[in-house]
Design a protein around this ligand. Structure first.
Ligand SMILES: Cc1cc2nc3c(=O)[nH]c(=O)nc-3n(C[C@H](O)[C@H](O)[C@H](O)COP(=O)(O)OP(=O)(O)OC[C@H]3O[C@@H](n4cnc5c(N)ncnc54)[C@H](O)[C@@H]3O)c2cc1C
Length: 346
């Protein structure tokens, strides 16, 4: 019998699950609130530039992510060559220990990950559809999704929830089902907190050369958490121009989350100029931004509580299930959940 699988969220975890089911006897439907796919691994295109304004790249030291990326087609794959250096509270920049690991994206941006994975599946993606609650039909052992327009999606034999923990918890709180197991799962998911990051995209009509691609604040005491140069990714920025991605610290980001772009962007650019010791960076010719309320999980969920619903057909995946905000963790976590869904793994 063909298994009907519903997945909430088309980020790395949801798409990784759909990909893992591509050869199974399964009909997969993904319901995604945004217009695009790939979630927090996000790309925008503006003024002839591509930029990854969420996750900067995919990194993994073992071979399986690299093999997967190559299997998806080497055309347009970018392995950022320059290293990531570090800086401290005082703004002192020093060479980091970037090791030999790869830093992957694509000329058309990191969303290629989800686009290429989905292209190898028959999964249907219902975009711009926000799930509000789920309903279990115990007599049929099926699950349905109710979106914010009141439409129903399903029924599904198996359901996989992949939004960040606070958004998954919101869905669970709006759901009625087996009191104890749902209560335990909801409490466990609600316990996972996230750091907030506001990202600024700063464009300049000039280009400087540096030995680094990115700079990360290692003592977590600077107002800038991360700065990187999109021009180090082939195909992202026209020659002679530069485009900096500045991710502000969680404290700065939470405090300035709703400030107008003009004002907050000026302040962020001034901090970047000070860090790079070059006044020209205080005056970008255009800016863009994105607030990530739920950027990176602080810890992982209590696995027993979220696994306890699996025998009823309700599964969870995402970076918060692993406990670390990384694209490859989310991807493989979704992949592994799909293997349990079709009973290929414990
Ligand atoms: C600023 C920033 C920088 C980062 N840098 C890196 C990096 O350099 N390298 C790295 O490996 N990782 C990085 N990360 C972390 C990485 O992006 C995440 O860990 C990973 O993308 C999480 O994937 P996911 O599938 O678990 O969740 P998500 O990508 O969040 O996917 C969940 C999906 O669910 C959808 N959704 C949410 N609620 C609903 C709903 N109610 N109904 C329907 N759909 C819903 C969302 O729209 C989203 O598409 C960064 C993250 C941020 C924010």
């Amino acid at each position: 019998m063909t298994l009907r699988v519903g997945i909430v969220g088309a980020g790395a975890a949801g798409v990784g699950a759909a990909y893992a089911l591509r050869n199974a006897d399964a009909e997969v439907t993904i319901v995604e609130k945004s217009r695009g796919v790939c979630g927090r691994a996000a790309t925008r295109r503006k003024h002839d530039c591509y930029y990854d304004h969420g996750a900067n790249y995919i990194k993994e030291s073992d071979q399986r992510t690299e093999s997967l990326i190559r299997d998806l087609g080497t055309d347009g794959v970018v392995d950022i060559e320059k290293p990531v250096w570090v800086f401290d509270e005082s703004g002192e920049i020093t060479e980091g220990d970037d090791g030999d690991s790869h830093k992957w994206t694509w000329t058309e941006g990191i969303t290629q990950l989800a686009k290429r994975l989905l292209a190898r599946t028959d999964a249907e993606v219902r975009r711009e559809t926000r799930v509000e609650s789920i309903v279990c039909d115990d007599s049929e052992a099926t699950w349905s999704l109710i979106d914010t327009e009141g439409e129903t999606h399903g029924p599904f034999d198996r359901l996989l929830l992949t939004p960040p923990a606070p958004q998954t918890a919101e869905i669970l709180r709006a759901t009625e089902w087996d009191g104890e197991r749902l209560g335990d799962a909801t409490a466990a998911v609600s316990d996972v907190s996230y750091r907030t990051i506001r990202t600024f995209v700063l464009h300049y009509p000039f280009r400087e050369e540096y030995s680094w691609y990115g700079l990360v604040n290692v003592d977590k005491a600077h107002e800038v958490g991360w700065v990187s140069r999109e021009e180090c990714k082939d195909g992202h920025v026209p020659d002679g121009e530069s485009l900096l991605i500045a991710q502000m610290s969680p404290e700065w980001s939470a405090e300035r989350y709703d400030d107008p772009l003009a004002e907050a962007g000026d302040d962020a650019a001034a901090l970047v100029a000070e860090l790079l010791d070059d006044d020209r960076y205080a005056d970008p010719d255009w800016v863009d931004d994105q607030g990530w309320r739920y950027a990176l999980p602080n810890d992982g969920v209590d696995t027993d509580a979220v696994r306890a619903t699996e025998d009823a057909g309700l599964f969870f995946a995402g970076d918060w299930v692993v406990g670390e905000g990384r694209v490859h963790h989310a991807l493989w976590n979704g992949h592994e959940a799909a293997e349990r869904i079709v009973g290929r793994a414990e």
